[in-house]
Design a protein around this ligand. Structure first.
Ligand code: FE2
Length: 411
């Protein structure tokens, strides 16, 4: 299969990308526009990108908002209450059906790699067992990484450590954590040591919900980064949210950044979720409650955007479109200078792939899997400005999905 007349990010001119046996076999510069023949796919000068990536979502809670009751205040705390009501009715089939529907929504938007956090503070590990089946059943649409996520804590939940161990034994790919939610500072620190030991011993990646609060004294990021640095695991470790960094003073943050850089860890920000849930104890002036995305990026560290929720008790909107989150994130994080706009897709493609440790399984290079998306735009700038949709999604060298662009006719 040839994809002709493709614009590739960060390269000049038009290209033909050839796929054979599920892999990219050639990338050829074109002197001129080509006419499509046989089974050629004509990108018509539009962007051909490696698939969009969803690096942070909770597929076990998705599509439950309003069932049985809506979150009327919009707060995290009412979200927990509403989730408690819904949790009582959850079944294996219900979890699987909602996850499959959501994965389809993600795939419709050109996403082919997903990292989902799954709550393992449940003696039955029911949601995890459901998601392990979904990971296999949805393989034709996405590669799914499952994080063993201790929503109610590791140290402050009965048998929390054993449940984490069991979750990894059953097949979760990534070790999670939530140190700021543990009952004491000491428990937060020991939970990080425990989860890093577990990940190191089992060869797993790490993704910790870290300092997801406006409390400037929530400082578990330094503990996570130091553990990663000492163990040489930085590239395999991700700090999600780190919203407290938006409330740290600059003196502390400048010292922290030195450690963060040495550690080499990755960052995920979920700007729509954080702007919605954080800042809730403030009157005015009101904090944004989002981590320092631009500053992390400027310092040469790896940061990407995730959706976190789609229509769940904590966040009622969302439709699978990560470009919507990119748009919001660029606004919220003061990243609307043209240089940022012109490379904005990094935050939902290459940076996210690095966070997920996709390595040579990702990217438009000869020999890599033929997973490709044609976006209905010619550049990163136009993609985010026009909220471009995925026009064609190719997976393993086969067309997975095509979309007919909408047409507007004036009378
Ligand atoms: Fe999350």
């Amino acid at each position: 299969m040839n994809i002709i007349n493709a614009t590739l990010r960060k390269r000049q001119g038009l290209f033909t990308v050839t796929c054979d046996g599920g892999r990219i076999s050639a990338i050829t510069a074109q002197p001129d526009l080509l006419l499509a023949k046989d089974d050629d796919i004509d990108a018509a000068g539009q962007l051909l990108i490696a698939p969009l990536v969803e690096p942070h979502i909770h597929l076990d809670a998705t599509l439950t908002a309003g069932d049985p009751q809506w979150n009327m205040s919009g707060t995290l705390f009412e979200g927990i209450e509403r989730w408690g009501q819904r949790k009582a009715t959850i079944t294996h089939e219900d979890t699987k059906a909602r996850a499959h529907t959501t994965i389809r929504m993600l795939a419709e938007h050109g996403i082919q790699h997903v990292r989902t956090h799954i709550d393992v503070t449940d003696p039955t590990l029911g949601a995890l067992k459901a998601m392990l089946e979904v990971r296999e059943e949805a393989r034709h649409l996405v590669d799914l990484q499952i994080v063993a996520f201790p929503q109610e804590g590791i140290e402050s939940y009965d048998n929390g450590r054993a449940l984490m161990e069991q979750a990894i034994e059953l097949g979760a790919d990534v070790v999670g954590g939530i140190p700021h939610f543990e009952n004491t500072r000491e428990q937060g620190v020991s939970s990080i040591k425990f989860l890093m030991d577990l990940a190191e011993r089992r060869g797993c990646l790490v993704d910790v919900h870290c300092d997801e609060t406006d409390d400037p004294h929530s400082r578990f990021l330094e503990v996570l980064a130091e553990e990663a640095r000492v163990r040489g695991m930085g590239s395999r470790v991700t700090a999600s949210h780190t919203t407290a960094m938006g409330s740290y003073d600059n003196a502390y943050c400048s010292k922290l950044f030195r450690l963060l850089k040495h550690s080499g860890i990755n960052f995920v920000s979920c700007p729509t979720e954080s702007i919605h849930l954080q800042g809730r104890f403030d009157t005015f002036p009101k904090r944004r409650g989002v981590t320092r995305v631009a500053e992390i990026d400027r310092a040469g560290m790896n940061v990407c955007f995730g959706q976190d929720s789609i229509k769940d008790p904590w966040y009622p909107l969302g439709n699978g479109n990560i470009l919507r989150v990119l748009d919001a994130g660029l606004h919220i994080c003061h990243m609307m200078g043209f240089e940022d706009l012109a490379r904005s897709l990094d935050l939902v493609t290459d940076n996210s792939a690095r966070t997920l440790n996709l390595g040579e399984r990702y990217g438009i290079e000869v020999g890599r899997p033929a997973n490709l998306v044609i976006l209905d735009a010619e550049s990163d700038y136009e993609a985010v400005r026009r909220q471009a949709k995925a026009r064609v999604s190719i997976r393993g060298g086969q067309v997975l999905m095509t979309r007919v662009p909408e047409r507007v006719e004036f009378a």
